[in-house]
Design a protein around this ligand. Structure first.
Ligand code: UDP
Length: 374
């Protein structure tokens, strides 16, 4: 009997390769008509620019194993994510760093004084932040919070920051030097030929049958085991209700030359309806001179409806309760395992997805190696 893997993103591709190279037969499905899930990249038909169809994906990690793994399947070009942000008609740099602080407050502080200055603004009464807002007030104080995080977060998540988990903000560093690298990780890069080509290369081994445009529900075959990387609530036919997601809409624009001079510009004010503009030629600096035209996208976030592509899991109290009920259900099942962003309903970066998939491969080896079933 062959194995079935539902979803052709990083998790699905890595598992498929692992099983196939160990002599197993694999059916790899995706209901969408393309590989790579939300990391899918393709050349824009009109301009030729490589576009991240479902929004910017920058590869960054502290995990050497995940980094070494992806390098096998394509060249990663050096790329540092340097985000700019507009607040109240002025341009700043993010994450909050010494330049942001000095420009915003009209100062010329050095690292030590800036640390003291921000610490005086931070709310020291908050010892254990219970939500996004408390986390922000404890980290950077009210002015920077209002300017860069309050409006953007309301647009991005559709909730008051007091209702959101502190963990969302903990993704971002605050620095008291001029380092404007958005990520703290030692390894960072962009695949020269896009993410879809990386996934293609991962799965190009004998033993994998790929079927795109094929929902799992439509497959009538019995499998040795199913690895499900689609939404966990969907697997159970939403029997305990739906888990909420934010989805994104992209408004496309084309122009001559260079529109904004950088890959990502965040729009932090609430009166601007979109959260950011991504200009994709800047994600591939090594080839941007090849293109005389440019393509950019305004990104709008909203609550996902059943027909929409799910992006960000909304992990609020109700959702978490429902998730735990689904996890209980999943535990009772035999013959199926859940992986990845949708399968575990977590806000996962690509590298974490890869690390977890590689760990799953180790577990599979252990089980099969000792003669047990998965
Ligand atoms: N955020 C913000 N303003 C910004 C950038 C980020 O308020 O200019 C908040 C927002 O709530 C966002 C979170 O910080 O969801 C994490 O940001 P990140 O850039 O990691 O989001 P992603 O690129 O995954 O959408």
């Amino acid at each position: 009997m062959r194995y079935c893997i539902v979803g052709c993103g990083f998790s699905g591709a890595i598992l498929a390769r692992h099983l196939a190279t160990n002599g197993h037969k694999v059916l790899l499905l995706d209901e969408r008509d393309h590989l790579a899930g939300n990391c899918h990249t393709e050349r824009d038909k009109s301009t030729g620019i490589m576009v991240h169809k479902f929004g910017p994906h920058i590869f960054h990690t502290a995990d050497r194993r995940a980094w070494d793994y992806v390098q096998q399947f394509g060249t990663f070009r050096p790329y540092v994510n340097r985000v700019k942000a507009i607040s109240e008609g002025r341009v700043y740099t993010l994450p909050v760093n010494l330049l942001t602080i000095n420009q915003f407050f009209g100062k010329t502080l050095g690292p030590r004084d800036a640390r003291q200055f921000i610490s005086d603004k931070a709310d020291r009464s908050i010892v254990e932040p219970r939500n996004f807002e408390e986390q922000a007030l404890a980290m950077i104080g009210p002015e920077l919070y209002k300017a860069f995080f309050y409006g953007y977060t309301r647009k991005q998540w559709g909730f008051e920051p007091t209702e959101l988990p502190a963990a969302i903000l903990k993704r971002l560093p605050v620095r008291f030097n001029y380092d404007d690298n958005y990520f703290n990780h030692p390894y960072q890069g962009m695949p020269e030929n896009g993410y879809t080509s990386i996934i293609e290369n991962i799965i190009s081994v004998p033993g994998i049958e790929v079927r795109l445009g094929m929902p799992f529900e439509d497959v009538k075959e019995t499998f040795a085991h199913v690895f499900y990387t689609g939404p966990i609530d969907r697997y159970f036919n939403f029997r305990l209700g739906r888990l909420g997601y934010r989805t994104l809409d992209f408004e496309r624009f084309e122009d001559e030359g260079d529109y904004q001079g950088t890959a990502v510009m965040n729009y932090c004010d609430e009166k601007v309806p979109y959260t950011r503009i991504s200009e994709h030629k800047h994600f591939a600096p090594w080839e941007q001179d090849k293109f005389s035209r440019t393509v950019y996208f305004r990104e709008y976030s909203r609550l996902a409806e059943p027909k929409d592509v799910p992006y960000y899991p909304i992990r609020l109290v109700n959702e978490k309760r429902k998730l735990h009920e689904y996890i209980e259900l999943a535990r009772e099942q035999t013959g199926v395992s859940f992986l990845g962003r949708l399968g575990t309903y977590r806000y996962l970066d690509m590298d974490v997805t890869i690390t977890e998939a590689l760990n799953a491969c180790d577990q599979i080896d252990k089980l099969l190696g000792s003669g047990q079933k998965i």
